[in-house]
Design a protein around this ligand. Structure first.
Ligand code: ADP
Ligand code: GN1
Ligand code: MG
Length: 359
C-alpha cells in the first residue's frame, strides 16, 4: 500500500489499507473498508486555496445539520457527513503546505449515481437537496467563508472565460472557434440572476452550490435520499444555482463526457421528476425564483460548459481529466444541452406551472 497514505492514516488512528474511490473531479478520495468504514480525502489545494476555511465551513454546517437531524429523530451519522478528527483533535491533517487530508465516516447502505438510471432517483435527489436548503435556512450565512470567490457569479465566470480565450495558454483556441463563439453569443445571459440578486429581487440563501447527482447518497434499498455530501462549496448563493446545476447533470440523457453528441439531449421527464421533488420540499420559493427555474438550468449548464472550455484552453489545470481533450468533450455535451434547453424552455415553464398548481 501507498506508504504516504499509510502514514497519513496513522494520524487518524486508522491502520487499514485505503483504495481510490468515487468519480469526483476535484479531490483525491479513498475508501477505508473497516468497521466503521471511512472516506479519506486529500483536499485539492489548487482549487481550495484555504483548506482550513473549507473545514471550518463544513464543521459549522454539519454541526448545525446534526442538531436538527437529532431533533427530528433521525440518525446524524447517516444523514449528514461526520468529520473524524485526527489524534490531535483537529478536523484535518496537514502533511505539508499543499497536502491537507480529512476523514469522514463512510455512509453504508447508500449509493451515489454518475448517471440517472431511473427518473425516481431525481425525485429523491431533489427532495434531499431541497431538504438540505431548508435545514440550513436559519444558518448564519455571514459566518461562512467564501472559499471560492464568485463561485457561481456568472458575470465574473464570463470574464474568466474571455481571459482564457485571450491568453490561449495551451495554444488550443484555434481548434475550438465554434465552441468559443457559442459562449460569447450568450453574454447577456450571464447577468440575469446576478443582477436580480444584487437588487434584492432574488433572496440570498445558504446553498450547496455543487448539486451533481453523485453528491447525494440514495438508500440502496428504498432509493430515498440519505445524505447530501461534498460540502466544500456550501456558501451563500441562490436556490436557482442548486436547482439549475442539479438538472444540468441529472436532466441530461447521457454522461457528462459522452463523446457521441447524438446521444445527448435534455430530458423533460427527468426535469419533471426533479422539479416535483424540489418544489414539494421548498414551498417558500418566491415568484421570481419560480419564473427563472427553467432559465437557471440553461445558465448553470452554460456556466459549467464555459468552465470546462476555459480549463481546456488553460491546459487542464482545474478539473481532473483522464485523456487529452476530456475537458473539451465535457464542454461539448454542455453546449448541446444548452441549445436543447433553449428550444424546450417554454415546455419546461409549463411543467413548472402545472406542478406548482398541483401542490
Ligand atoms: P469531489 O469533491 O472530488 O467530487 P466527493 O466529496 O464528492 O469528492 O467524493 C467523491 C465520491 O466519494 C462521492 O461521489 C461519493 O460516491 C463518495 N463519498 C464521499 N463521501 C462519502 C461518505 N461519507 N460515505 C460514502 N461515500 C462517500
Ligand atoms: C466539480 O467536485 P465535483 O466533481 O462534485 C466542480 C463543480 C462542477 C462539476 C462538474 C469545486 O464538482 O463546480 O459543476 O465538477 N466542483 C468545484 O462536473 O469546482
Ligand atoms: Mg463530488
Amino acid at each position: 500500500m501507498d506508504q504516504n497514505l499509510q502514514n497519513i492514516l496513522k494520524h487518524f488512528d486508522v491502520h487499514v489499507n485505503p483504495s481510490a474511490y468515487g468519480n469526483g473531479h476535484i479531490n483525491d478520495t479513498y475508501r477505508v473498508e473497516a468497521k466503521p468504514g471511512y472516506i479519506l480525502q486529500k483536499i485539492n489545494k489548487n482549487v481550495f486555496h484555504d483548506p482550513v476555511a473549507v473545514m471550518e465551513n463544513i464543521k459549522g454546517v454539519t454541526d448545525h445539520l446534526r442538531t436538527k437531524i437529532i431533533e427530528a429523530g433521525g440518525n446524524p451519522d447517516r444523514e449528514t457527513l461526520t468529520i473524524v478528527n485526527t489524534i490531535d483533535g483537529k478536523p484535518y491533517y496537514k502533511a505539508d503546505e499543499d497536502s491537507y487530508y480529512r476523514m469522514y465516516l463512510f455512509i453504508d447502505g447508500a449509493v451515489s449515481y454518475d448517471i440517472v438510471e431511473n427518473p425516481m432517483q431525481l425525485y429523491h435527489a431533489a427532495r434531499a437537496f431541497g431538504n438540505f436548503q431548508n435545514l440550513l435556512a436559519d444558518y448564519p450565512a455571514d459566518s461562512l467563508h467564501e472559499v471560492i470567490v464568485n463561485f457561481h457569479n456568472t458575470k465574473s465566470r464570463y470574464e474568466d472565460f474571455k481571459k482564457a480565450v485571450e491568453e490561449d495558454r495551451a495554444g488550443r483556441a484555434k481548434y475550438v472557434q465554434d465552441e468559443i463563439k457559442f459562449v460569447l453569443d450568450r453574454e447577456a445571459d450571464a447577468s440575469v440572476i446576478v443582477d436580480d440578486m444584487a437588487a434584492g429581487i432574488i433572496p440570498l440563501r445558504v446553498t450547496h452550490n455543487d448539486t451533481k447527482l453523485n453528491n447525494v447518497l440514495l438508500d440502496e434499498k428504498t432509493g430515498e435520499g440519505v445524505c447530501v455530501i461534498d460540502l466544500d462549496t456550501v456558501m451563500p448563493g441562490s436556490l436557482l444555482y442548486d436547482f439549475g446545476d442539479a438538472l444540468r447533470f441529472g436532466g441530461s440523457s447521457g454522461a457528462e463526457d459522452e463523446k457521441d453528441l447524438d446521444k445527448i439531449w435534455f430530458d423533460l421527464e427527468k426535469f419533471e421528476y426533479f422539479t416535483r421533488g424540489f418544489l414539494e420540499t421548498l414551498p417558500s420559493i418566491t415568484k421570481r425564483e419560480l419564473e427563472l427555474l427553467p432559465f437557471s438550468v440553461k445558465l448553470m449548464t452554460l456556466e459549467c460548459g464555459s468552465r470546462f472550455l476555459a480549463d481546456y484552453l488553460n491546459g487542464d489545470t482545474y478539473f481532473k481529466t483522464h485523456y487529452a481533450d476530456h475537458n473539451l468533450v465535457r464542454a461539448r455535451t454542455q453546449f448541446k444541452l444548452v441549445a436543447d434547453i433553449e428550444d424546450k424552455h417554454d415546455k419546461m415553464m409549463c411543467i413548472v406551472k402545472s406542478i406548482r398548481e398541483d401542490l
